[in-house]
Write a protein that binds this ligand. Structure first.
Ligand code: MOS
Length: 753
C-alpha cells in the first residue's frame, strides 16, 4: 500500500520549514549524556594498552608492576582473557565486510599498529591509566607492508562481495579500442591520502551489570541493534540479557557503524569482574581502527573534439586489512554520471598490515568522484569546453549501469542555480587569468553524487490520553537532526504541536531499525514514523466516528484532517473533535501502532535513486608561499524533499567543510618502515578550523521523488562528494598546475612534490 504523506492543512505544518533541533537545549546544557558519561555505583575503568608494532608476535607481557598498583582490579591480556565465541562469524556485525573480524586479545598475533594488547581495569581512571603505562610488552617484530603503491601489484578481485555494496558493472562497448581511436584523450593517476574519522566524541562504551545479571550497555555506535546483536553472539548471551542504548552521538561519520574493540573489552571485563566497566579510547587510539583507505586510481577519458565522451576507463585499487575484505563503491559513479558507449570500470583490493578500513562519510564516492570529476575538468580544457557545458553534453537521464531512468534527477537545476549564485558566467577559463594582489584566484566546479537508499525500519508511536505522542525506534541521531525531523513528521501526521511530541531513539527496547548510515535514515525511519502515526490517526478516527452523536459519523477518513490536536472535517474547521476527547469519551487509555518502511519494490524495479549536487569553489593562492585558502563554496543540492531547511543546511555545511579537509588538509601519514600512522593527534592531523572556512552557500533545488511517500532522498553524505574535485579544479584554474594527489598542500603547489 502506498501511503501518501498528508500533513494537516493550515498553519501547523512543520515539515519543510527551518526548525531548530529539538535536542539542542539538552546538548547545550549538558543534559544530553554520551556513551562514556553514564555511570554506576560499581563502575570500574578500563584503559587500553596499544601495540607498539604493526606486525609480529607478543613474546612476553609483564603485568606484575601494573597489578601491584593499589586500586588495579585486573589486567586482561591474551594470556588470561576469558573465553568468548570461537567462531569468526559470531563477530560479524550487520555491516561487516567479508572476512574474520578483529578480536581483541584473541592471541599473541599483532596485525596492526595500535592493536589493543591489554586492558587495565582499576577503581578509577587515573589509576588505570597509570598502571597501563607499567605494562611491559616484548615483541618478535616482522616487517609490515602498509604502502599501497608497493602492494598495488598484488591487487586482487575480492572473492566475496560485501553485502549492499554493488561491484563494478560489467564493461560495455570496447573502452580500450575507443580510447585508442578517440580524437581527444586525457588520463592520469589520482591519489588521495588515508583519512581518519575524528568525531568530537571518541569511541567509548559503558557496560553496566544490573542486579539480575543482565547488561545495560551504552555504546558509541550509530545503531544500538548492531551492538546488541554483536554482543549476544560474541558472548553467547540471550537477546533479553542485553539492552543497548545510545541516545546521543558526538558525531558519527561511519566509525560508529561497526562495534569497535573498546566495546568488546568493556564487556569482557564486566563479565569477568561482575561489575560495571567503562572503556574510553584516547584521541590517538582513534587511529587504531577504521579509516578511509587511500586509493590508487587511473581514469582515462576519450572524446570527440566537441567533448562528447567516447571512452571511459576508471580503475581503482584500495587497501584493506589482512583479515577482512573491506569494499566500497569507488568506480561505479563514473558509469552512473555520464553517457558513454564504451565504459570499463574495475575495482580491486590489496592487503595491508593495517586495521580494516571502513565507511567514512560518502565512502567510495569521495574517492572515486574526486578522480572522475578532476578528469572531466581536464577534458574540458582539452576540448575547450566550459566545464558545465561539457557535463551537459554528456548528461544522462538514465543510469547507464542499470539501464533504468532515475526516479528524479534535478542536476541541471543544480548547475543553473549554483552557477548563477556563484557568478560562474564571469569566469575567464584561462589558467592564471585572475589575481588579487599577491594571490592567484581560481574558480572550479564539479558534480557530486550519492545513492539514495531505503532500509527496512520500524517505528512505534503511542498517543496518550493527555494528547501527547511518543514516537521512536532504535536507530541513532548522529547529530544530523533525526530527532527533529521525526518529531516534525509525527506532529504533522497527527496535527499536533511539536511540543506534544517526544521522539526517542537509540535504545534496543524501541522498535527495530538499522544503523544510521548511508544517508538512509530520514527516508527510512521518517516513513516508518509517518506510517505509525497514520495508523494511530485511523484508529482515532474510527473511535471518533463511533461516538454517540458523532459529527464525523458519516464521514470517510479521506475527508478529515488532523490539526490543532483535533480531527476535523476538511474545509470545515468548526466540525470536529479533539483527540483527547476521543480517548476520554471512549475510555481509551492510549492508542499505539507500529509502522514499517523499506525499499519500495515497484520503484526499485523501474528506477534508480541518487542525489546530485553541483559544487562551485573559489581558491586564493599566495603565489610565493603556495598557501591556499578556499574562500568561497556554492553547493546546489538535489536531494528530493527537504524536511527541515535548517538541519539540512547544517548537514551540507558539515559535508563541505569535511570536503575542504579532504582537499586541503586531512592526511594520515604512515611510516611504512614501522607501519604506523604517525600524526595520530589533532595537532598534526589537520582538519579545517574556523580560520580555514570562509563563505559557504547552500542551495536546495526543487526535486520531486517517489522512492518513498515522503519524497525524501537523504542528505548526510551528498554534501562532501565532489568538493575536493571542485577545489582541485579551482587550484588548476588559479595556477595552471594540475595536482592529482590529495590533500593539495602548499609544498605541492610550489612544486616541491
Ligand atoms: Mo555513514 S559512512 O554510512 O556513517
Amino acid at each position: 500500500m502506498t501511503v501518501q504523506f498528508s500533513p494537516a492543512a493550515g498553519h501547523d505544518r512543520f515539515v519543510g520549514r527551518a526548525i531548530s533541533r529539538v535536542d539542542g537545549p539538552a546538548k547545550v546544557t549538558g543534559l544530553a549524556k554520551y556513551a562514556g558519561e553514564f555511570t554506576a555505583l560499581d563502575l570500574a575503568y578500563g584503559v587500553v594498552v596499544s601495540s607498539a608494532i604493526a606486525k609480529g608476535r607478543i613474546t612476553g607481557i609483564d603485568t606484575a608492576a601494573a597489578e601491584a598498583v593499589p586500586g588495579v582490579l585486573k589486567v586482561l591480556t591474551h594470556e588470561n582473557r576469558p573465553a568468548t565465541s570461537t567462531k569468526p562469524e559470531d563477530y560479524q556485525d550487520a555491516v561487516a565486510p567479508p572476512g574474520a573480524p578483529f578480536q581483541a586479545l584473541a592471541s599473541d598475533r599483532i596485525a596492526f599498529s595500535g592493536q589493543p594488547v591489554a586492558l587495565v581495569v582499576a577503581e578509577d581512571f587515573e589509576t588505570a591509566r597509570y598502571a597501563a603505562a607499567l605494562v611491559r610488552v616484548t615483541y618478535a617484530t616482522e616487517r609490515p607492508h602498509t604502502d599501497i603503491t608497493a602492494q598495488a601489484d598484488a591487487a586482487y578481485d575480492p572473492p566475496m562481495k560485501r553485502a549492499g555494496i554493488k561491484p563494478p558493472p560489467e564493461p560495455w562497448g570496447d573502452a580500450a579500442k575507443a580510447l585508442e581511436a578517440a580524437e581527444v584523450r586525457v588520463g592520469a593517476e589520482f591519489r588521495m591520502a588515508d583519512e581518519h574519522h575524528n568525531p568530537m566524541e571518541p569511541h567509548a562504551s559503558t557496560v553496566i551489570v544490573e542486579k539480575d545479571g543482565t547488561y545495560t550497555v551504552y555504546d558509541k555506535v550509530q545503531g544500538v541493534s548492531n551492538t546488541h546483536d554483536y554482543i549476544t553472539s560474541a558472548f553467547g548471551l540471550k537477546p533479553e540479557q542485553v539492552r543497548v542504548l545510545n541516545p546521543y552521538l558526538g558525531g558519527g561519520f561511519g566509525s560508529g557503524l561497526r562495534p569497535q574493540y573498546q566495546l568488546f573489552l568493556a564487556m569482557l571485563a564486566a563479565r569477568d569482574l561482575r561489575r560495571s566497566v567503562r572503556v574510553t579510547l584516547t584521541r590517538d587510539q582513534m587511529w587504531s581502527f577504521t579509516y578511509r583507505s587511500e586509493a590508487v586510481q587511473i581514469v582515462a577519458l576519450g572524446a570527440d573534439r566537441s567533448g562528447k565522451l567516447t571512452a571511459l576507463r576508471h580503475d581503482a585499487v584500495q587497501g584493506t586489512s589482512q583479515f577482512e575484505d573491506y569494499q566500497e563503491v569507488v568506480v561505479n559513479w563514473s558509469g552512473v554520471l555520464y553517457e558513454c558507449d564504451n565504459v570499463a570500470l574495475t575495482y580491486s583490493l590489496t592487503k595491508l598490515d593495517t586495521p580494516t578500513p571502513g565507511d567514512m562519510r560518502a565512502p567510495g564516492a569521495v574517492t572515486g568522484v574526486y578522480a572522475i570529476e578532476t578528469a572531466m575538468d581536464e577534458l574540458a580544457y582539452a576540448t575547450g569546453q566550459d566545464p558545465i557545458a561539457l557535463r551537459l553534453k554528456n548528461y544522462t537521464e538514465r543510469d547507464p549501469t542499470e539501464d533504468k531512468p532515475f526516479g528524479s534527477k534535478a542536476l541541471r537545476d543544480c548547475f543553473r542555480q549554483g552557477a548563477e549564485r556563484f557568478g560562474w558566467a564571469r569566469r575567464d577559463p584561462a589558467p592564471r587569468s585572475m589575481r588579487e594582489g599577491r594571490e592567484l584566484v581560481g574558480w572550479g566546479m564539479a558534480t557530486g553524487i550519492w545513492e539514495s537508499m531505503m532500509m527496512q525500519s520500524s517505528a512505534h508511536a503511542v498517543l496518550g490520553a493527555d494528547g501527547r505522542l511518543e514516537v521512536g525506534n532504535s536507530t541513532g541521531d548522529l547529530g544530523t537532526g533525526t530527532y527533529t525531523i521525526l518529531t516534525q513528521i509525527a506532529a504533522d501526521t497527527l496535527g499536533l504541536p511539536m511540543e506534544h511530541v517526544t521522539t526517542k531513539l537509540g535504545d534496543t527496547r524501541l522498535a527495530q531499525a538499522p544503523v544510521a548510515g548511508g544517508s538512509w535514515t530520514a527516508a527510512s525511519s521518517g516513513t516508518a514514523v509517518m506510517k505509525a502515526c497514520r495508523a494511530i490517526a485511523e484508529q482515532a478516527f474510527k473511535l471518533a466516528r463511533g461516538m454517540e452523536n458523532s459529527v464525523l459519523a458519516n464521514v470517510d477518513f479521506e475527508r478529515v484532517v488532523f490539526t490543532n490536536g483535533r480531527i476535523e472535517l476538511a474545509g470545515d474547521p468548526g466540525t470536529g473533535i479533539a483527540l483527547t476527547e476521543v480517548l476520554r469519551a471512549t475510555g481509551t487509555e492510549r492508542l499505539e501502532a507500529t509502522g514499517d518502511a523499506g525499499p519500495d519494490k515497484d520503484f526499485a524495479q523501474n528506477y534508480e535513486a541518487y542525489t546530485h549536487s553541483a559544487i562551485f569553489a573559489e581558491v586564493k593562492i599566495d603565489e610565493e608561499l603556495g598557501q591556499i585558502r578556499c574562500t568561497r563554496i556554492v553547493s546546489a543540492i538535489a536531494a528530493g524533499k527537504i524536511l527541515n531547511l535548517k538541519t539540512a543546511r547544517s548537514q551540507i555545511l558539515g559535508g563541505i567543510v569535511m570536503g575542504i579537509g579532504s582537499a586541503l588538509h586531512e592526511e594520515s601519514m604512515l611510516d611504512h618502515r614501522i607501519g604506523r600512522f604517525m600524526n595520530h593527534n589533532l595537532g598534526e592531523y589537520h582538519v579545517p578550523v574556523n580560520a580555514d572556512i570562509h563563505d559557504i552557500a547552500v542551495i536546495f533545488v526543487d526535486e520531486e521523488d517517489k522512492a518513498n511517500p515522503l519524497g525524501v532522498k537523504g542528505l548526510g553524505e551528498i554534501g562532501i562528494v565532489g568538493v575536493a574535485a571542485a577545489i582541485g579544479n579551482a587550484v588548476f584554474h588559479a595556477t595552471g598546475q594540475r595536482i592529482r594527489h590529495l590533500p593539495i598542500t602548499l609544498d605541492k603547489v610550489i612544486g616541491a612534490d
